[in-house]
Design a protein around this ligand. Structure first.
Ligand code: NOJ
Length: 751
């Protein structure tokens, strides 16, 4: 009897074991979390119809439009497409609850249950808003930039977002272009380091629900739009492409960015989305990019308006055959790829390569194993807009501010100095933010008025508008401002441009201080009181008209949630400014583009009054008003003892550069020590200066430090027109200083 019982138990155990095994073997590999991602992708591809594959290449927008929303099919139609496996990704669907509802349709109602990717422009914060990227760049603090991106990712991830369309790596020299605010400034070397830090911050190791995919954009040369006009044409040479524009994208790709976005412009007459040279030859082959590409908003469709493709079918063929992949908003891929494959105009291998890469990241993020991993309402409430996040935003804002002028040490002022604050924008939350603020709301942000009220209390004796929302003014507003400041010891005036004029589709022909604001400053100057200009803008403005009307200029950019607190800390000296510009401030609009890393020309001027027949303007200087790398502190720094380890090195040698920097003032501070080189003569002419290294150091009052930099052959190389890196023998110069103009210099040569 006992034996019989044992026999039955064994039978039951055997049966349940083998049915579990059967189930396992019946379970598709792509659903098996233990299988490798490569095998899961392969298995899934083998089960997909060509229509389902084309669906993975389709990205549609949710409720918010961040581009022209013509022909939006409506929510119902989009959900039908999703059920049919015709949508691989949504952009602009935000929130744990919202993304969960859409994801449920994808995984529970489509044939293969492939989760969708949710993308969103998390540009400088999600709910806690950090300084705009251009301002953040002025901190020269890569660690802070990485932290800012990581916090933005954490907040966005909890709201269901898997993917940000950032960082923008477009080098530009044009403050007329509204998107200068989103970038890294005018230097490719620094731009690369910064973009890499941002990628690392967003992505981490992509193995948790706190980091998101980064997107290197806009590939390529979008920042060179002619005359700074948005979406305009671009025409640059290959030498400039390789040396000036590509290094920043390259550094971000090398930092492991999962995705890259095609730009709107053309390169050599071919829209970048269909540009095989850029996408296949450089990005994929030369740089070994393994992630996937996404178009910009209808940039595939715009190939037709550019005059490069005849219709959407032509668009799909040209884009995918050039190596482009996901289609934001054109719906050309989802509609025409099946037909194109059938006709033999696009190979199945090309489609599988593109789809496989998108699927790879869906697996990598863990979405097949837990499609709701990111959309977590509880976490969303807990990690968003926290005190700790705001503290980081304040630190980031402190270090982004650039002190451009400080005559007679007007700043800092103590917080019991009687001050007046003037300026419409200073007390207008809606002018405080730009377009790219994710889910941030300006009412949650600290305006200049609020920050000054917090800091100065009753010592803030007056606030008046001084000008209207559009920068115009009138006698009443001016008189009111002059009267209100009568009892103040120092007058702070917020001038600049509304945040609404920063970002995409916000090009301006005249990036200047508005006439009304200049008039206001002239009237206030007549009072004889020290005037401090607090300039808020998403771009470097021409400041020449106001430079001599004011004692101090604090360039605040657009600082995000903690604006008012950060500026109040700086003007009172609680934080000693350490920011340095990453763009040149033009002397006049007609001087644009003006940038430090220009070429020498055949007829350079040593000085602006050097005589005739030189490359110069007759009415203004050649130099910008404030150079690249410039920024003051409440202390002063002295540079000395620039020495090189050798005055002649071999190509394989390293060169050590030493310099001593002393804090010669009365307060502690931080200084950005910058090292530039010049290659005197080469087979392709080189810029008069190129940044090659920097260090941000803290120096106590009276302290001095000896710093050293190591340069290698890579730092002394440049690219030829084919993208080959070249290190040539010859004479070089080294410059070290606190900005690109005031430098110590030494010569050396490479044998
Ligand atoms: C167009 C912009 O150029 C791009 O930067 C952005 O990511 C997309 N729209 C999506 O909003």
């Amino acid at each position: 009897m006992k034996k019989l019982l044992l026999f039955f138990v064994a039978l039951i155990v055997y049966h349940s074991f083998s049915s579990a095994q059967n189930k396992q073997s019946q379970m598709p590999i792509y659903k098996n979390a233990k299988a490798s991602i490569e095998n899961r992708v392969k298995d899934l591809l083998s089960r997909m119809t060509i229509q389902e594959k084309a669906g993975q290449l389709n990205q549609l927008a949710g409720l918010i439009a961040t581009g022209p929303a013509a022909n939006d099919p409506g929510e119902k139609a989009k959900m039908t497409e999703l059920r049919e496996g015709k949508v691989g990704s949504f952009l602009n669907v935000i929130g744990a609850k919202e993304t969960k509802a859409v994801q449920k349709i994808a995984v529970e109602e489509s044939r293969l249950g492939i989760p969708v990717l949710f993308g969103f422009d998390v540009i400088h914060g999600f709910k806690t808003i950090f300084p705009i990227p251009l301002a953040e760049a002025c901190s020269w603090d890569l660690h802070q930039a990485e932290t800012n991106a990581a916090i933005a990712a954490k907040e966005a991830a909890a709201a269901g977002i898997h993917w940000t369309f950032a960082p923008m790596c477009d080098i530009t020299n044009d403050p007329r272009w509204g998107r200068i605010m989103e970038g890294v400034g005018e230097d490719p070397y620094y731009g690369g380091l910064l973009s890499a830090a941002r990628v690392k911050g967003f992505q981490g190791n992509l193995n948790d629900a706190e980091h998101i995919l980064a997107c290197v954009k806009h590939y390529a040369v979008y920042g060179a739009v002619e005359a700074g006009r948005e979406y305009n044409e671009v025409d640059v040479s290959r030498v400039m492409l390789w040396n000036k524009y590509l290094p920043t994208y390259k550094a971000a790709v090398e930092a492991g960015a999962a995705t890259v976005m095609n730009s709107f412009n053309v390169f050599e007459g071919v829209p970048t989305s269909a540009n095989k040279y850029l996408v296949t030859d450089i990005l994929k082959k030369k740089w070994g990019f393994k992630g996937f590409l996404v178009s910009d908003w209808n940039s595939f469709g715009e190939m037709i308006t550019h005059g490069y493709a005849t219709d959407k079918k032509d668009v799909a063929m040209k884009a995918i055959n050039a190596g482009s992949m996901m289609d934001m908003q054109t719906e050309a891929m989802v509609k025409y790829i099946p037909e194109l494959v059938k006709e033999g105009k696009v190979s199945m291998q090309t489609v599988d390569d593109a789809v496989g890469k998108i699927l790879y990241y869906k697996f990598k993020l863990g979405l097949f194993d837990d499609p709701y991993k990111f959309c977590n309402e509880e976490r969303e409430a807990k990690v968003t807009f926290t005190k700790a996040n705001r503290e980081e935003a304040l630190k980031a804002a402190h270090s982004s501010i650039v002190l451009l002028k400080n005559a007679n040490n007007t700043l800092p002022v103590s917080n019991n100095t009687k001050i007046a604050l003037v300026g419409y924008y200073a007390n207008s939350p809606e002018d405080l933010f730009d377009f790219w603020v994710g889910k941030g709301t300006s009412n949650d942000a600290v305006t200049l008025y609020d920050g000054f009220k917090n800091k100065f209390g009753n010592s803030l004796i007056a606030y008046t508008k001084g000008y209207n929302a559009d920068g115009s003014t009138n006698d009443n507003l001016i008189n009111e401002a002059v009267n209100a400041t009568a009892n103040a010891d120092v007058v702070f005036v917020n001038v600049g441009l509304t945040g609404k004029l920063a970002g995409e589709d916000r090009s301006v022909a005249n990036p200047v201080i508005a006439d009304g604001e200049v008039q206001l400053l002239k009237a206030l100057q007549k009072t004889g009181k020290p005037i401090v200009a607090l300039v808020t803008a998403g771009r470097p403005l021409v400041l020449t008209q106001i430079n001599n009307l004011v004692s101090s200029i604090v360039y605040c950019w657009i600082l995000g949630t903690e604006t008012g607190n950060a500026v109040a800390d700086v003007v009172t000296g609680l934080y000693n400014p350490s920011g340095k510009t990453v763009v040149s401030f033009p002397y006049a609009v007609g001087q644009i583009p003006v940038y430090y890393n220009h070429f020498n020309t055949g007829r350079p001027t040593a000085t602006d009054d050097a005589g005739n027949w030189f490359s110069r303007y007759r009415d203004i200087p050649n130099d910008p008003l404030y150079p690249f790398g410039f920024g003051l502190s409440y202390t002063t720094y002295q540079y000395s003892n620039l020495t090189l380890s050798s005055s002649s090195i071999k190509k394989t040698d390293k060169l050590q550069v030493n310099v001593t920097v002393a804090n010669t003032g009365k307060v502690d501070g931080e200084e950005v020590v910058q090292l530039y080189i010049r290659d005197i003569a080469a087979s392709i002419i080189r810029p008069v200066k190129e940044l090659k290294a920097f260090k941000k150091i803290a120096l106590k009052a009276g302290e001095s430090k000896e710093l050293n930099f190591i340069l290698t052959g890579k730092d002394l190389s440049f690219y030829d027109a084919d993208g080959n890196s070249k290190l040539e023998a010859g004479n070089f110069k080294i410059f070290v200083g606190g900005n690109s103009k005031d430098v110590l210099e030494k010569d050396f040569n490479v044998q």
